[in-house]
Design a protein around this ligand. Structure first.
Ligand code: HEC
Length: 108
């Protein structure tokens, strides 16, 4: 009996882990390809905390587009106490970073 309840418990746990997993599908079509290409979706959601803050919460900081572009290449972990530091995403070309930054600010 114990083994069975343990099994059920494990099954429920892995199911909830799955449903909380990051999904690129949650992003609007316009930004989804960039989120996938640069793996941002693995740590960020539009409206909820994942590994990193929700983009809606980033939008609340009222950064300029330039500031967000700079933060993508060189994150400032001190801006987000309680979160692990984000690795610098220097592989994102400026043009794409600007598109992402404008989209983040459109969430305000
Ligand atoms: C491995 C996980 C991870 C990935 C991948 C990731 N981020 Fe982050 N991001 C974080 C965490 C954690 C924070 C908060 C701590 C920090 O800023 O260092 C953060 C913070 C941010 C911030 C807020 C910066 C600030 O100082 O307010 C922006 C903007 C951001 N990420 C954009 C992006 C974009 C765009 C991508 C994809 C190009 C991306 N992130 C990929 C984990 C990640």
């Amino acid at each position: 009996m114990k083994t069975i309840s343990k099994l059920i418990f494990t099954a429920v746990l892995s199911f909830s882990a799955l449903s909380f997993q990051a999904k690129a599908e949650d992003f609007p079509e316009a930004i989804k390809p960039l989120m996938q290409k640069y793996t941002c979706f693995a740590c960020h959601k539009v409206d909820a905390r994942l590994v990193g803050p929700a983009y809606q919460d980033v939008a609340k900081k009222k950064y300029s587009v330039d500031k967000i572009v700079a933060l993508i290449a060189k994150p400032q972990p001190s801006n987000w106490p309680g979160y692990p530091p984000m690795a610098p995403m220097t592989n994102v070309p400026k043009g794409d970073a600007i598109i992402i930054a404008k989209w983040i600010n459109s969430l305000r």
